[in-house]
Ligand binder design. Structure first.
Ligand code: ADP
Length: 188
């Protein structure tokens, strides 16, 4: 793959962030993690951060137009570097917008890796993590999971139909998940 563009898909707590960090270090991807970008914007007190804040605290998705504008800005700064999306796209509208934005740059998505983890493990993992995120209380986690199933899971079929989806079992230790993602990427 020459300068691939890859997206990691999966529920909150699936370990996407951990895996994205590893792939970034080892394969030289530029990471675009929308949740991280939003938390930074909020900490910096920008307009974007202020708009996003209330949605994040409720465990809801930030509106598509806000996210798409943010991603367009990021892509504009990247030339043709390899990109790893973490937490984007999260809706069919975002996936459609991504396709358009990439087309304008004569680029395309190389593959989408679904890091698959059952709901009960998601709840167990997030209640045990200590990142001190405002949206990690049990009620908000349940909301984020529901939002995932309703808004984001349709992307499994969307990218499946395009022949871009690779499914990886995320309910294993991080080294095994990483190996599975790497081999999925080699096949992509
Ligand atoms: P997680 O995957 O654990 O839910 P993220 O850091 O990816 O964590 O996202 C945290 C929050 O940021 C989400 O609950 C949502 O409010 C917002 N967010 C992140 N990415 C997106 C996106 N692509 N579209 C809409 N909202 C997003």
């Amino acid at each position: 793959m020459e300068n691939p563009i890859v997206a990691l898909l999966g529920p909150p707590g699936s370990g996407k962030g951990t895996q994205a960090a590893r792939l970034q270090d080892q394969l030289g991807f530029v990471p675009l993690a929308t949740g991280e970008l939003l938390r930074e914007a909020r900490a910096a007190g920008t307009d974007l951060g202020r708009r996003a804040s209330e949605y994040m605290d409720r465990g809801e998705l930030v509106p598509d137009d806000v996210i798409v504008a943010m991603i367009r800005d990021e892509l504009a700064n990247l030339d043709d570097k390899p990109v790893l999306f973490d937490g984007f796209p999260r809706t069919v509208a975002q996936a459609d917008a991504l396709e358009g934005a990439l087309e304008e740059r004569s680029r395309e998505l190389s593959g989408v890796v679904l890091v698959d983890v059952p709901d009960d493990l998601v709840v167990e993992r997030i209640s045990g993590r200590h990142e001190d995120r405002d949206d990690d209380d049990p009620e908000t986690v349940r909301e984020r999971l529901q939002v995932y199933h309703r808004e984001t899971e349709p992307l499994v079929a969307y990218y499946g139909d395009l022949g871009l989806l690779r499914r990886v079992d995320g309910a294993r230790d991080p080294d095994e998940v990483e190996a599975a993602i790497r081999s999925a990427l080699e096949r992509a």
